[in-house]
Design a binder for this molecule. Sequence first.
Ligand SMILES: C[S@@+](CC[C@H](N)C(=O)[O-])C[C@H]1O[C@@H](n2cnc3c(N)ncnc32)[C@H](O)[C@@H]1O
Length: 245
Amino acid sequence: MSINIYDRDDFFEEYNKLERSQKGLDGALEWPLLRDMVGDVKDARILDLGCGMGWFCEWAVKEGSKSVRGVDISNNMLERARARVPQGTFDRADLETFTLKDDDQYDLVYSSVALHYLPDITRLVGQVYAGLVPGGRFVFSVEHPVFTSPRHAGWRWDPDHPSEKIWPVNAYSDESKRVTNWLAEGFEKYHRTMETYLTTLLSAGFRLVALKEWMVTEETVALNPGWRYERDRPLFLLISVEKPA
Ligand SMILES: C[S@@+](CC[C@H](N)C(=O)[O-])C[C@H]1O[C@@H](n2cnc3c(N)ncnc32)[C@H](O)[C@@H]1O
C-alpha cells in the first residue's frame, strides 16, 4: 500500500491549518481556473480521486450533480468527507491499485492535487478511461512538473543577481520520488514530466480539451507582495481530457 501521510497525526494537524482545509474550495488557489475547466456538472455522475475532505463533492452536490463518489486512502480525510457530504459515497482505496467495476459509469472523473502521490498513473488512467461514458471528461490538477522537478526543492538566491531568486529545475528527466519537508519531514511525492502526463493520457485514448499552468496573477501579487516570486514558476498543472464520443 502507498504511503498514507494524511493519517499521520503531526502532518494532519498542520494540513488542517491550511486555507484549503479551513475554507475548502475558496481557499484553494487553483480552484477558479479548475472550476472553469470542470464546467456544468448538473445531472453528472462524478468520481473524485483523492477526494480529501470532500469539498469538491459538496460543491458538485450543490450544483445538481446526479451522484458523487469520492475515493481516498486516508481515514482522516474520509471521515470529514462523509460528514460533509451525506449524499455521497466514499470509499477507502489506494489509487495505485484502485479498480472500477464493469458497471461503474461516470460523466466526470475529477482529481485535485492527488495524482503526484502515485509513482505511475498509467494503470489508473486506463481505469478512468474505461469508467467514463463516451464524451465524458477527466479533469485534474497536480503539482506542476517544474515545481516537482528539483532534487532539493527550494528557492535559491541567484549568485550573479543577488536580488533575484531562482527555482532550480534540475533533475527534470529523473521521473522518480521526491522527498521534501512540506508540513512534516519526509513528505513524499513523485515527479513526472509534462510529456509523460500528456502521452499517458493520449495513449489511453483521451483527447486533450485544455491544459493550464497555474501561477499567481498580478492582482494577487499587488495584494500580497510576498507572492511576487510565484509569478516566476508555475505551481499547478491543470488538464482536461475527453473520452471521444
Ligand atoms: C493535497 S490532498 C487534496 C485533497 C482534495 N482533493 C483537495 O483538493 O482538497 C491529497 C489527497 O490525496 C490522497 N492520496 C494520496 N495518495 C493517495 C493514494 N495512493 N490513494 C488514494 N488517495 C491518496 C490524500 O489522502 C489526500 O486526501
